[in-house]
Design a protein around this ligand. Structure first.
Ligand code: NAI
Length: 696
């Protein structure tokens, strides 16, 4: 299949990009455009050229497979193609529909004229990958729509609809009806009227006070884009558009190269590809036929069940929620209503839309009412016996082919599957709290889980706007199994001399959205306590710090009890350091004979984060995670890990695995508690020895 087509419509040549799904500007497309231009130039019968895209988009920009390789692209590069468009002696008209993004828009900016269908999304989203548009976009867009509008688009990366940009030099005409027919008619008009060719490079940038505006933009963006250099790079590049075109273009190129080399951009690009990779399951081909999901049921209307029901209602899928008792059902449905009402109050959802969503959620106490659901998600107490009762009943009533999912956070999914006569239909759907807000969904694959069940659940995740990552069965799955090791280091740091506020501050300054103690206070310290109590019995060999138990024994469960690792003013969420906790921590160190010492923030960060890395490596080695990048997706989308560091495994790569290893060995020599904690996972040791990385 050629990546571009060339045809003649009367005296107008039409070059059509045809590289599904979104006409990415790969080498074949770039070459095809140049060849088409030459052919049109050489043909005396041709008076003008229309450049358009087939299918779903004009062009979504760079071809991501080519982009991913990171290799120097082969000529003609996009900048050369754009130069060829500009240099054409016959008018070139870009005809845009649906999507013109990134390089796609930059390409169109090289044409002499542009026409668009209404509703086309126009964007330069490179900033979201820590970059800037590097093929003249920062120079030509300000010349088309003005300095201010261009800066907003480029520094935010957000799309703007074509009709909003009508009346600027970006679009000469909006076309109703067939776009190419309209574009050809427009081309004929231009030729007939002998209109001069317009080159954006020759246009002036309009603004009454460019310097003042750029300074203002710089201050605003600097305040908003902490830790991300790209938005400021975008401002600098756009500012250069007030200089002669070639000077600005050169600056754009330099700034692009500089951003390309930043760890922040590496992290954002890594996560972009990691999210795409996470949706693929090695032995479940993309063509695997899923099952239709039209009705969903939830068992349990507590914290999680309510939030999960909202996810489906928001996506337009009707949900039935079952509770054991009338009172619990009323309470659960009441919380759902309150959540919607507060979204309406904040102006984030119109009241009628909220009512529509609420109406999609039905409550029941009878299992028979779930019989017709295509998918049921259990979210009852984290207790195997309770789950057994629920799954036995579900097995009896659910129609054949229904998918039975559990939201368990730690229990053995294979045991749950064994409660039913249909283990292939059982899967884990581990949502994160609050379930209607958090993006992450761990899809837990049991021994017997069917491939079509997995394919269906991955698809459902996408429909409800979640980022799904597949995990094998183990205690805590990917995310919580790792966080337990992180939490253990945080607790040991307290025994050795740190205080909760210091540990949290160090990790928050480093970039975590919330330090471990604030996080536990939010989630409820009793939850971790219950899990630890089970683990003391199940894994007697692991040495736990008991300091968290002391906090719980005092009833300090966190925000919900007004006291935890911190204290809270009534109705407030601000964590206030509590001298009583500091005293408890110090007394505990004395009691266990631990000599307290000054601990640096650097040590706090390294011990907590490398604890994540080591467990992550173990998880990859065991095949619980399919790939290291899945772990990064879990941590960034579910645990507040800083986006600009790209996840724990990429962070380890960036540090250099031999350095990670030597720090771990150092901690191992002085560690309190379990010395084997810092035993490097074999995968980590192997990669470090071979000079490789987790993602290499
Ligand atoms: P919760 O205690 O808020 O809610 C559980 C609900 O299940 C209660 O409303 C209870 O009345 C209902 N229930 C209990 N037994 C039932 C039965 N036999 N039939 C019908 N309803 C029954 O608990 P939460 O926090 O919502 O947790 C539910 C599940 O989700 C647990 O497996 C938990 O491990 C898991 N989970 C919890 C997260 C959290 O942050 N709270 C995060 C991810 C998973």
């Amino acid at each position: 299949m050629p990546a571009t087509h060339y045809e003649r419509r009367g005296t107008v040549a039409v070059i059509t990009l045809d590289n599904p799904p979104v006409n990415g500007l790969g080498h074949a497309v770039r070459l095809g455009i140049c060849e088409g231009l030459e052919r049109a130039e050489a043909d005396p019968e041709v008076s003008a050229v229309v450049l358009t895209g087939a299918g779903k988009a004009f062009s979504g920009g760079a071809d991501i497979t080519e982009f991913k390789s990171g290799k120097q692209l082969a000529e003609p590069m996009l900048r050369s193609v754009i130069r060829a468009l500009e240099a054409s002696t016959k008018p070139v008209i870009a005809a845009i529909h649906a999507v013109a993004m990134g390089g796609g828009l930059e390409l169109a900016l090289g044409a002499h004229f542009r026409v668009a269908a209404a509703g086309a999304k126009i964007a330069l989203p490179e900033v979201k990958l820590g970059l800037l548009p590097g093929a003249g976009g920062t120079q030509r867009l300000p010349r088309a729509i003005g300095l201010e509008a261009a800066l907003n688009m480029i520094a935010s990366g957000e799309p703007v609809l074509s009709e909003k940009l009508a009346g600027t030099a970006l679009f000469d005409r909006l076309i109703d009806g067939d776009l190419v027919t309209g574009a050809v008619a427009f081309a004929e008009e231009i030729v007939r009227e002998k209109r001069p060719l317009k080159k954006l490079r020759d246009a002036a940038v309009e603004h009454p006070n460019p310097e003042g505006f750029v300074q203002f933009a710089r201050n605003t963006v600097a305040a908003m884009a902490k830790n991300f250099p790209a938005p400021l790079g975008c401002v600098d590049a756009v500012a250069a558009s007030t200089e002669p075109f070639e000077v600005g273009l050169r600056k754009e190129g330099e700034l692009f190269q500089r951003l390309m080399a930043t760890p922040e951009s590496r992290a954002l690009r890594h996560l972009f590809f990691a999210e795409r990779a996470a949706s693929k399951i090695a032995d479940v081909p993309p063509e695997t036929k899923g099952r239709p999901i039209q009705r969903v049921a939830i068992v349990g209307a507590g914290t999680m069940g309510g939030g999960i029901a909202m996810c489906f209602a928001n996506a337009g899928i009707p949900v039935t929620v079952l509770e054991a008792k009338e009172e619990a059902l009323g309470k659960g449905l009441g919380v759902i209503r309150k959540n919607y009402e507060s979204t309406v109050k904040k102006g984030k959802l119109p009241a009628d839309k909220a009512e529509e969503r609420i109406a999609r959620i039905q409550g029941t106490l009878a299992y028979e009412d779930l019989a017709n659901a295509d998918l049921v998600i259990e979210a009852v107490f984290e207790d195997l016996a309770v789950k057994q009762g629920v799954f036995t009943k579900l097995d009896a009533v659910m129609k054949p082919g229904a998918i039975l999912a559990s939201n368990t956070s730690t229990l053995d999914l294979d045991k749950i599957a064994a409660f039913t006569k249909r283990p292939a239909d059982i899967v884990g759907m581990h949502f994160f709290s609050p379930a209607h807000v958090m993006k992450l969904l761990e899809v837990v694959r049991g021994k017997a889980t069917g491939k079509d069940v997995l394919a269906t659940v991955m698809d459902v995740a996408k429909k409800i706007g979640k980022t799904a990552v597949v995990s094998g069965v183990c205690d805590g799955f990917i995310g919580n199994r790792m966080i337990e090791r992180y939490g253990l280091q945080a607790a040991l740091l307290l025994e050795e001399g740190a205080l909760p506020a210091q540990v949290d501050r160090a990790l928050e300054r480093w970039g975590m959205a919330m330090g471990p103690f604030r996080m536990n206070d939010l989630a409820g310290n009793d939850i971790g306590w219950a899990i630890r109590k089970r683990r003391y019995v199940e894994y007697p060999e692991i040495v736990y710090s008991k300091i968290g138990d002391r906090i719980c024994e005092l009833g300090r469960f966190g925000q919900k009890t007004g006291k935890g690792w911190y204290r809270y003013e009534p109705g407030q969420r601000d964590a206030i350091p509590d001298p009583a906790v500091d005293e408890l921590v110090i007394a505990y160190s004395n009691e266990i004979g631990a000599a307290r010492r000054a601990i640096s923030d650097e040590e706090i960060v390294a011990r907590c984060i490398f604890a994540l890395v080591n467990e992550g490596a173990q998880i990859v080695e065991e095949g619980i995670a399919q790939r290291a990048s899945d772990i990064d997706v879990v941590y960034v989308s579910g645990y507040g890990f800083p986006l600009y560091r790209g996840g724990p495994m990429l962070y380890a790569d960036e540090q250099g695995l031999p350095n990670v290893l030597s720090a771990m060995r150092r901690f191992g020599r002085t560690a309190r508690g379990d010395r084997s904690f810092w035993e490097p996972a074999p995968l980590l040791a192997r990669l470090a020895a071979e000079g490789r990385t987790f993602h290499g």
